[in-house]
Design a binder for this molecule. Sequence first.
Ligand code: HEC
Ligand code: HEC
Ligand code: HEC
Ligand code: HEC
Ligand code: HEC
Length: 395
Amino acid sequence: MNLRRMRKNHALLFGALGMGALALTCAGGAVAAVQGQCSNCHTMHASQDNQAMGSGPFDVLLLFDCLGCHTGTNRPAGTDPGGTVAPSNAPGVLDTVDPFAADTFLAGGNFYSVEQGNDAHGHNVKVLPNGHTDGDLGNIPPGYDGTTPTVAALESPFLSCGGATGCHGDLTVSRAESEAQSFAAIAGAHHGQTGVVDGSTVGQSFRFLLGMPGGEDDDYEFTTSASDHNIYPGKARTVDSDIADGGDGALTMSGLCAKCHANFHNSSPAGTSTGIEGSGWGNPWIRHPTDFDFSGLGGEYAVNMDVYNPLVPVGRDIDAVGAGNFQGLVGSADQATNIGATGGNIVICLSCHRAHGSQYDDILRWDYKDMVAGAPTGGMADNGCFYCHATKDGA
Ligand code: HEC
Ligand code: HEC
Ligand code: HEC
Ligand code: HEC
Ligand code: HEC
C-alpha cells in the first residue's frame, strides 16, 4: 500500500487538520446519527486564514471524502463506539495494515486485499486509490443480464459506493463523477438515523442501502458470536422471480446483489436472465439457490441450525419478520438459533460471500480450497459449505 499516494488523493487524517474526535450515541443496537460540532466535519469555504483546508474542497462542504473518514484500523468493542476508526468514529472499510490477520475487519469485510492488488478478493470500487480496476472482469458484473436499469451506466462513472452504479443510497441517482454520485445517493443519511431500520429512508435503511430493513449489530460485527451479529433480510420465494426486490417495496440482501448479478438470483420475464431454477422451484437447481427457505428440508440441512453461525449467516424472510421488526431481533434470544427462528432459514448471497472484500478468491467468507468432501481442511468441518451440507464433511 502506498500510503503517501493515498494521503495525497484522499483526506485521510482528521488529526492532520487538528480536528477533535467526534461523539456518537448508540441506541437499541443500531448506531444513531452523527453528532458533534459542524466544524469537525464541514468547512463552509474550504479555506482558513486564506489557506486551503487539507486537500479539498470536497462534496457537501465536507473536510473529507468517503474514504477520508472510512479508512483506518477498526478499534475493538469496549472503545465507544466499537468497530470504528479513530478519530472519525466511522466504520472502517479500507485498512492500511492487514485487517484479516489482525481480525479487525467488519461484517462487509475490507477493501484492503483488493487495494493490495488481489482483484478477485473484492469489489474494485472506483474510489479506491489503487484497486479500482479488476484486471480480469473489468467493469462487467458476472451474471449481468444486460438490462438492469441501475447498471446501464456501469461503464461510467464505474462501480461506485452509492447510486446507479453502486449499492448504498438511492440507486436511481446518477452523476458523471463517482464520488459526487455516492454523496447525492446517500444525501441526508448520516444525519437521518433514528435507531429505526425499516428501509423507509436512506438513514433508516440497513447500512444506508435504501429500502432494505435489517438488524444492525452495534459494532458492525467487529466481534461476533451466535448472539452478537447482524440480521439479514431474505425472502422465502416460491418462484424464480425478482420479487425479492419488489413485493414490499423492500429489498432483500440478495435482491440488491441481483441488481448487477441477476442471473445468479432470478430469471427475468424478458428472458434476458436465466436464473437459478431448472424445471421448477426446487431440486435440481441449475445454480446455487438464494432467497430460498430451507427450514422445511430437514436432513443434513437441520443438523447445525440450532446455533447461528456468523461466518455462514442465514437470512430471515422479510414478510414473516416484517420490515420494522428486524432491529428488534438484535440482542433477542431468537437471534442465537436458526431452528424455529422467525422468518425461517434463507440462503443468501452473504451466506458464502462478503460484500466489500475478503482475503479469499471470489470474495468468499472462507477458503473454498478447504471444502474437501469427506476430509475438510482448515478446521472447516460443520463450517462453510458444511454448515448447511452437514453430512458431506464425513465428520
Ligand atoms: C452496482 C453493481 C454491483 C452490485 C450491486 C454488486 N456487485 Fe458484485 N460485482 C460487480 C462488478 C462490476 C464486478 C466485477 C468487477 C469487480 O470485481 O469489481 C463484481 C464482482 C463480484 C464478484 C467476483 C469478484 C472477483 O473480483 O472475482 C463477486 C463474488 C460479487 N461481485 C459478489 C457480489 C455480492 C455478494 C453482491 C451483493 C452483496 C454484489 N456482488 C453486488 C458489481 C456489483
Ligand atoms: C461527524 C461528522 C459530521 C458532523 C459533526 C456534521 N455533519 Fe453534516 N454531514 C456529514 C456527512 C458525512 C454528510 C454527507 C453525507 C450524508 O448526507 O449523509 C453531511 C451532510 C450534511 C448536509 C446535507 C445533507 C442533509 O442532511 O441535509 C447538511 C445540510 C449538513 N450536513 C449540515 C450539518 C450541520 C449544520 C452540522 C452541525 C450542526 C453538521 N452537518 C455536522 C457529517 C457531519
Ligand atoms: C465526515 C466523515 C464521514 C464522511 C465524509 C463519510 N462518512 Fe459515512 N460514516 C461516518 C460516521 C461517523 C459513521 C458512523 C455513524 C453513522 O452511522 O452515521 C458513518 C457511517 C456510515 C455507514 C454505516 C451506516 C449504518 O447504518 O450503520 C455507511 C454505509 C456510510 N457511512 C457510508 C458513507 C459513504 C458512502 C460516504 C461517501 C459518499 C461516507 N459514508 C462519507 C462518517 C463519514
Ligand atoms: C446457508 C446454507 C448453505 C450453504 C452455506 C451452502 N449451501 Fe448448498 N444448498 C443449500 C440448500 C438449502 C440447497 C437446496 C437443497 C434442495 O433444494 O434440496 C443447496 C443445494 C446445493 C447443491 C445441489 C443443488 C441441487 O440441485 O440440489 C449443491 C451442489 C450445493 N448446494 C453445493 C454447495 C457448496 C459447494 C457450498 C459451499 C461453497 C454450499 N452449497 C453452501 C444450502 C447451503
Ligand atoms: C453456497 C455458496 C454461495 C452462494 C449462496 C452464492 N455464491 Fe457466489 N460464489 C460461490 C463460490 C464457491 C464461487 C466460486 C466459483 C464457483 O464455484 O462458481 C462463487 C462465485 C461468484 C461470482 C464470480 C463468478 C465469476 O464468473 O467469476 C460472483 C459474481 C458471485 N459468486 C455472486 C453471487 C451472488 C450475487 C450471489 C447471490 C445471488 C451468490 N454469489 C451466492 C458461492 C456462493
